[in-house]
Design a protein around this ligand. Structure first.
Ligand code: C5P
Length: 401
């Protein structure tokens, strides 16, 4: 059953009588696991109060594009980036026309232009308006530009007419929204993903580690599940909930991580190394807490095994994907790692930019493989993970042909 766990849904409500069903739609989206933020057009506020949708979504409702206070909180660009999905229900004839024209004359149309997330429309209007060639032409333009549609349904309308134009039922719209995230591209495949930092013990109470949040690896695990893969996360210590349907193995050190990964390799089709593995560990772990004493002490470090390179070099190696976090000459170093570690694919990102580095919500990457490359522009880690998983599925498929 498709779901929306860990998904951020911006629900746009435009001004039609079906707007009253948006309240139920918020509930349905939440029941499937989504975090929902609502944008209402002026017209929508004539049909249902923002307060109703605010109470249901548990978040302030966004209505204005040019509101200094709102922009300070979550402005149109933040909303556009926050969204994993923009769902507009109801989408009136006027809204379809404005979207088709590429207008950005209110908050909802602006977010629709500014987001990289998939966009799903649930049209609702009088049957004659739906049948009008102007509306058909707008729908065709929007479909061509990648907008997804659900409905409209056929039947009796609020105005007394009978025909196509009724908004789909909230449950059907929520199901269509969830369906957008389950591609089945990796159905039946087994994906192992390493994530987070490792902790290298110094003594019983201290360790060496790094600031990796694990967010990218966890977003990839979600994307892998959504693509239908049997997914295992081998994760260092992070503060993140395990995505639904993901098997999670918690580890501490690089050596633990290697052990778990090696055990999983024989039954693994795709191995994605997203963990920020400590390159070195203390050469000796003190049995007791190290006491302070001398002004200076020396720590001897021992090189850790390279988990990714080890898996890539193993017999019957899975399709291997690595990450290269670099601060200079990003692509050159990344291509070097692709070759030196014997990988199928590498994802390069520039961590000198704090907007897309460790712990940030967004990422922007360049993906390299033996005979190709692709840039994925700045977007939420969830959106990047989705695009990455599509690329991985494609190249994995090509490698097995
Ligand atoms: O060599 P570098 O650490 O930059 O390589 C990064 C890539 O290698 C990442 O995919 C990371 O998860 C993986 N790696 C690993 N084991 C290590 C070091 C890095 O799997 N010991």
């Amino acid at each position: 059953m498709a779901h929306l766990f860990n998904r951020n849904v911006v629900l746009g409500v435009s001004g039609g009588i079906a707007a009253y069903k948006s309240a139920e739609l918020v509930r349905q989206l939440q029941e499937l696991g989504a975090d929902v933020r609502v944008i209402m057009t002026r017209g929508a506020c004539e049909f249902i109060t923002p307060l109703t949708l605010q109470a249901l979504s548990g978040r302030p409702v966004h209505t204005e594009l040019l509101d200094a206070e709102a922009e300070l909180g979550m402005g149109h660009i933040e909303l556009a980036r926050w969204a994993d999905l923009l769902l507009i229900a109801p989408a009136t004839a006027d809204l379809l026309a404005r979207l088709a024209a590429g207008r950005a004359d209110d908050l909802l149309t602006t977010v629709a232009l500014a987001t990289a997330a998939p966009r799903l429309l649930a049209p609702a209007m009088n049957q004659q308006m739906w049948r009008d060639p102007a509306t058909s032409a707008n729908v065709a333009v929007l479909a061509e530009r990648g907008f997804h549609m659900v409905g409209p349904a056929d039947g009796e309308q609020a105005c007394g007419d009978v025909g196509p134009g009724r908004m789909e039922q909230p449950a059907a719209i929520a199901a269509a929204a969830a369906g957008l995230f389950s591609s089945g591209l990796l159905a039946g495949k087994r994906v192992v993903i390493t994530a987070g930092p490792t902790r290298e013990a110094l003594d019983p109470v201290r360790y060496l580690s790094n600031h990796s949040s694990g967010k990218m690896g966890f977003a990839l695990a979600q994307a892998a599940v959504d693509a239908g893969a049997q997914t295992t996360l081998v994760s260092g210590p992070v503060e993140l909930p395990t995505p639904d349907h993901v098997r999670r193995l918690n580890v501490q050190s690089a050596q633990d991580m290697l052990r778990e990964c090696l055990a999983l390799t024989p039954a693994c089709d795709i191995f994605i190394a997203c963990a920020a593995v400590a390159d070195y560990r203390p050469a000796d772990v003190a049995g007791q807490k190290i006491k302070k004493g001398d002004e200076r002490i020396t720590l001897e470090l021992q090189r850790n095994p390279d988990i990714l390179a080890t898996i890539a070099a193993s017999a019957a190696a899975p399709f291997t994907v690595g990450f290269a976090a670099e601060t200079t000459d990003v692509l050159t170093y990344a291509r070097g790692k692709l070759e030196n570690k014997g990988l199928d694919m590498i994802v390069a990102n520039d961590v000198s930019d704090s907007a897309i580095g460790f712990n940030s919500e967004n990422n922007a990457v360049t993906v390299l493989w033996r005979n190709g490359s692709r840039e994925l522009e700045q977007a939420s880690k969830a959106a990047i993970a989705r695009e990455l998983m599509e690329l991985i599925a494609k190249e994995f498929g090509a490698s097995r042909d």
